[in-house]
Design a protein around this ligand. Sequence first.
Ligand code: GTP
Length: 532
Amino acid sequence: MRSRFNIHLDLKKLILCLAVSVTVITFLNGFYSSYQVQKQQLQQQTFRNHKAYAEKLVSATERFLLAAQQQLAFSAKILATQFTNENTLNQETQRLLLQTDSFNSTVVVDKQGVVLDISPSSLKLKGQSLDSDGAQQALDNKKPMISEPYISAAGNLIIFISHPVFNSKGEYLGYIGGSLYLKQTGILHDLLQVHYHQDGSYLYVVDKNRRLLYHPNVTRIGEQVFNNPVIEAVLRGESGAQQVKNSQNIMMLAGFAPLKIAPWGIVTQRSFSATYAPLDGLMMNVLYRTLPIGLATFVFIWVVARLISKPLRQLAETAHTLDKPSTSQQLKQVQSWYFESAELRKAMLKGVGLLHNQIGLLKHEAQTDPLTGLHNRRSLELMIDKLTLHHTPFSVLAIDIDFFKRVNDEFGHDFGDIVLQSLATIIVDVTREHDFVARTGGEEFIVILPNINVKSAYMLAERLRMRVSETTIQPVGCINISIGISGWPLQQLSVEEVLKHADQALYEAKKTGRNRSIIDAKYQDAEFLTLQ
Ligand SMILES: Nc1nc2c(ncn2[C@@H]2O[C@H](COP(=O)(O)OP(=O)(O)OP(=O)(O)O)[C@@H](O)[C@H]2O)c(=O)[nH]1
């Protein structure tokens, strides 16, 4: 039956395919898992770092704001007794501006909101009323405060830190304050800029109105940012870390922490691509390191596949020629080194043995006369072909039982068979081992005598005839035979003609009284046979 799949895959290729697929899948799975684990670790690490970083910046910023408030408190104490002394006012505003380096400008304002002194003086606001949000808040609150960001009279985005000034009787005199220009360099800017990472991380500070107080992109300072879950979380007073999409729709890993001293929050973040960039190199490294082992595994599998498939392939190839005599030898040479192939070889050897026995038996039956066990006509033809092929001369005896019909008629067919078998035994007994005896018809026999001339053949025929006539076959008694003799080669006669001449001589013997041997007339003068 034809295979449903006409695929020319051999075992070696199948093993190789299977093993390579398993190896590649295992490798890819390992590679992918390792990538995912590394990525997760990197993400966790980045979250931890950024949260810690945001908290650290919160504490640094709070320290700075606290220090600024303390500096203002110190000045307010001095001004409590010197509020009308212009020199002292000027000294304090300048000292705060230059010594502390905390503010972009400093100012002393009386309780009506009029500027008593301002540094730098280039701002030219002395004597003017301040009506900015920060100034108004400071006057209204009469306590230390940090304002919300607002646009100053000079057009700067400002945060104003102020401290009230009370005299010894506790009367409110005004306040002293310092402003931080959010869009310009200053201590707050420096503080946050110093910490700015060069690895793709950045941070921003946001106030309760979701307004950016600090951002590395200065143009965005003052901008309000809505719908940002990280900003919402930090303004709720939470600190932590999470993934977030920034305003440019870039995925970020963010850490965040709120300030306590002001309603602000600090967010530090890094893009996915910057975070995971080292992974590419790492994974390439893994690939390079795994490659030699992978190649070695492949070679190992290839060799093993060859070893496993070799005996089976040899057995499969031998299976095509089971009827050849050399098959057994070929099977014995197959090195079946593992159980299944060894068993298969054993079974094939057994099968081949049985097959050859069967073939031999059939061959024997095809060339044997079943009654006498002598060669039959087919076998006779093969023998003659062989002799003529090798130019081996031979003589022919054509033998026939005289009046055999009478035996059958008188004793029955079965006893007739016994006579035939007895005659066969006598012929084999009288002839030599390498002479060829065949039963070619009912009671007709042909004997081929290789390398025997017709004269010697005649003498053997006579010996045979005498022996037959002297042998008693129970219950038939004695029988006689007639023999015609010819030989090959003779002149240009073919083998068929030679056999015909033996028949003619036999006919002659019958005609001239039976129980005799006659050499065909053509051979009367032939003393010896010679090759032509
Ligand atoms: N028992 C037996 N008889 C056979 C067999 N084959 C042929 N015969 C018989 O052999 C006989 C041959 O008879 P004929 O051809 O008349 O020859 P014959 O009686 O021997 O007479 P001649 O040959 O002239 O001497 C026939 O009776 C056949 O039936 C066989 O296998 N067994």
